[in-house]
Design a protein around this ligand. Sequence first.
Ligand code: NOJ
Length: 745
Amino acid sequence: MKLYKIAYKSLIAAAMMCAAGTVHAAGDDTEARIENLLSQMTLQEKVGQLNQLSGYGYHQAMVDAVRGGAVGSLLNEVNPEVVNALQREAVENSRLHIPLIFARDVIHGFKTIFPIPVGQSATWNPSLVEEGSRVAAAEASSAGVRWTFSPMVDIARDARWGRLAEGYGEDPYLTTVMGLAAVRGYQGDDLSKPGTMAACVKHFCGYGASEGGRDYNTTWIPEPLLRDVYLPPFKAGAEAGAATFMCSFNDINGVPSSGNAFLLRDVLRGEWGWDGLLVSDWNSIGEMVAHGYAADKRHAAALGANAGVDVDMEAHAYSDNLVSLVENGTVPVSVIDDMVRNVLRLKFRLGLFDNPYVDMATANRFYEPASLDAARRTAEESAVLLTNNGVLPLKNVKKIFVTGPMADAKHDQNGTWCFDMEKDRTVTPLEALREMYGADNVIYMPGLAYSRDRDTSHFDDAVAAAKAADVILYFGGEEAVLSGEAHSRADISLPGAQTAYLRALKAAGRPLVTVVIAGRPITLPEEKELSDAILFMFHPGTMGGPALANVLSGKAVPGGKLPISFPRMVGQVPMYYAHKNTGRPTFEMTLIDDIPLEAGQTSTGCTSYWLDAGLDPLFPFGYGLSYTTFEYGVPELSATEIGTDGSLTVSCTVTNTGSVTATDVAQLYVRDPVASLARPVKELKGFEKLSLAPGESRTVTFTLAADDLAFHNLRGERVVEPGDFHLWVDNSSACTKQPITFKVK
Ligand code: NOJ
């Protein structure tokens, strides 16, 4: 039985074609209308369009700014009546009647909250990401928001970095597929239609490479790495017609992104030919002073404008300085004109000149049943089963002991960035389990009040109560506030007394299922030993409770795969599957407890690993168990030799060898074992999610072009180098079988 099959290579191509059509959908006369408006604008009015303010409410200062043409866009206003009132001031009472744009961080839903983006990525199902983004756009635009600062496509290889919650994980290919799906969901096939929002691909660029995983920190990214790993999702977004980009807070090789002419002018506008709107991050132009790159805000304004940042978000650097910087010749007026063109182009693309107002008859449309259903399905598909000795799905259980700080945490299960979330609409695991098994059959004691709680005084009572149940379901993890912007951690284990609590629960002698709900990978070595099963969910949103109840009970089968490696311990980070081999790869290791006393210096071997952590992650990228098992055949190639402009197909038979219908993700990895720059030990080049009935086999087919094997050399050239390549098809990056070899001539 085939429930669905999605070939993601063609999906990328389709997304690019459809969305690219959107770019020009504003009408052929758009450029003429832009020029006409521009010719009527004073320098002050031009600079006003480049000024973005945070707007809370309708008040005199804001009205004056809008009427005077001193502001072009607002963020954070979500009351449609206020949106309309301010828009009326712009459209009816400003000299040139140019509408405002209202923006908001709608990151994983507006009211109906979907899993955080890294959780959406764990579904390996871009159609769900697209659907979630479409729901977010419909809900937010019904409140007047037509521009979201999403998706974030920063590659994150350091689990300490709190913002990885907002992206799609460690891999450029997976991130590209998911980022494009989000853009398409937000923008639809015509940005001027109601129910759409302009997407904002962020943060350009390299933000996820912050040293030590500390947010906002410095990055050093050599050009081959930049072009092979960090830029591809942005390039795809630009080519797909993402309407806006945001630059990042970090400095990259010493130059803050907000003043980085190489990235913003040469690459984004020059090489990629993108004609959208580029917004700074919040005060990031002003922050070039703290970076030590600008002498003062005025200098920063000149650097930002000359580097190509169109809109200044909340630094007031442009509004205070650009007019005089133009007058004294520091910033050419032609630069300002181009920036204004980009702003006006977005307003035309959004159809705001024709339809500036929220239709109050359809305003504030939230929580449609289909939206809640999509949120639940996405959460279900995001569940990653990390270990299971057979305790899951739950069978023959009458009494369930539900415990832990995330069992009934309405606020925290929604994760970071959900300003507009309403707690009352959130369904927790406790509520869903009571509904499913009957309230009388669920014994609940939190044990710990919140994830950082260190108070162990309730453990004894909880353990005594647990003994009356057939199974213990522990819901732990991290509160929402422990991930997201400015929320990095140096220790990524379960916070508070959670591990101690699991030790105590283990002593109750009942099967122990550990459900971890968090915003980042958590190190779980001891928890793995203590638990009969570990089910991981990144903060799952509004419908996380029903989704978890369905997965635990077997009503839904877990099929999520990790979009980011889970280290054994934090000292292993940065940790990612696509690492280099080193000159001393590890085949055998002597771990710290096995080293004899007074062992000789070289007796443990001189290879590349940690004495106390080995080499591998605890759970690798692409990994996730099911309630069934799958077997992968030997991949077959249509050709064993191709030219540098050729391609081949890879076919592999996947069989469901267990007893329930379930999904799996066939993943195609390649390696270039000899190249002019050392290449990663594996790189994801394609994946396909498929559903198979018990005993059913299906053949997945990937097309692999020689061009997919290209990389950037030290001269910045993109090259396909002839030679042998290795290839695997498997359901995790661990790829345990021997690779198949083919040749590029
Ligand atoms: C700062 C964040 O880095 C960015 O992602 C967000 O969109 C802006 N603030 C606006 O809230």
